[in-house]
Design a protein around this ligand. Structure first.
Ligand SMILES: NC(=O)c1ccc[n+]([C@@H]2O[C@H](COP(=O)([O-])OP(=O)(O)OC[C@H]3O[C@@H](n4cnc5c(N)ncnc54)[C@H](OP(=O)(O)O)[C@@H]3O)[C@@H](O)[C@H]2O)c1
Length: 249
């Protein structure tokens, strides 16, 4: 039996599983024996996540709250839920008055509203199974920046929700871990006019974010890591011309 086929009888839900941090966490949870149910608008491009016995993809736009509330129904036939990872998100860092209103609304819904709705809908099951909630916020949740006020607001808001919910549910045995990564090397920056610097000491890899999840999961039963902030050694970003997806050759 390979490491990936040892089922532990539990499932995990990961939002934003189609790439980046969410895809890496999904692959890791499969290696730990969870059946992963991933949610995103597009399918992940990963061999492991193509195996339907290990991974099920739910194609969903998390800005559509009417879709989001169907989630418990969609999970009915799945194994008992042990882990929820609220990870999906995107950023628009334009001056606030220049963000197209539809995109601003979508960012508030995907980054802030939908994780709170999903947590509410799945919390009873997570309590039953003494499970875990991981929330991927951002360094923007804990420090002020010159750009991205609304993005930072969604992340700080979700962080505050998470820290408060930690207090509410800790005695039920559910562990909620807030993770605040600094710049991570993912496609997050593809649509932005800035991104990681080329100095490898100035950004994180998805594996380094995964380390935080692994560290918390491997902790002793009595330990709850309420919050983990992860930063690279140097604070550097690089400016670049915007390359929109449809402009790519
Ligand atoms: N990269 C960084 O520097 C960084 C730093 C701190 C925090 N974060 C946070 O980490 C999380 C993951 O980001 P990442 O770096 O892995 O970026 P990414 O590679 O761009 O992945 C973002 C994920 O979110 C999903 N998503 C976005 N909009 C969605 C929507 N409307 N409905 C459903 N899913 C949606 C995407 O799926 P589809 O496009 O297929 O729908 C994708 O799976 C985000 O919340 C981000 O804010 C990132």
């Amino acid at each position: 039996m390979t490491e990936t086929s040892k089922s532990n009888g539990f499932s995990a839900v990961v939002t934003g599983s189609s790439k980046g941090i969410g895809q890496t966490i999904s692959e890791f949870l499969i290696s730990k024996g969870y059946r992963v149910i991933g949610i995103a608008r597009s399918q992940p491009n990963s061999l492991l996540l193509k195996d339907s016995s290990l991974y099920r993809h739910i194609r969903m736009d998390l800005s559509q709250t009417k879709e989001v509330i169907r989630l418990p129904e969609l999970l009915k036939e799945e194994p008992a839920l042990k882990i929820l990872v609220n990870n999906a998100g995107f950023g628009n860092f334009s001056p606030h008055e220049e963000i197209p209103i539809e995109e601003l609304e979508q960012m508030l819904l995907v980054n802030f509203v939908s994780p709170i709705l999903i947590t509410k809908l799945l919390l009873r099951d997570l309590k039953k199974n003494e499970g875990w909630i991981f929330q991927i916020h951002s360094i923007a949740a804990v420090k002020e920046s010159l750009r991205g006020a609304a993005y930072a607001g969604t992340k700080a808001g979700l962080r505050h929700f998470g820290l408060n919910l930690f207090e509410e549910i800790r005695k039920s045995g559910v562990k909620l871990v807030s993770i605040n990564p600094d710049i991570v090397d993912t496609e997050f920056y593809d649509r932005l006019d800035f991104g990681k610097d080329e100095d490898p000491g100035s950004f994180l890899s998805v594996e380094e974010v995964l380390n935080a999840v692994e560290f918390a999961l491997d902790g002793r039963e009595n330990l709850g890591f309420a919050e983990i902030t992860i930063r690279p050694r140097y604070h550097r970003i690089s400016k670049k011309p915007i390359v929109r997806k449809h402009d790519k050759i």
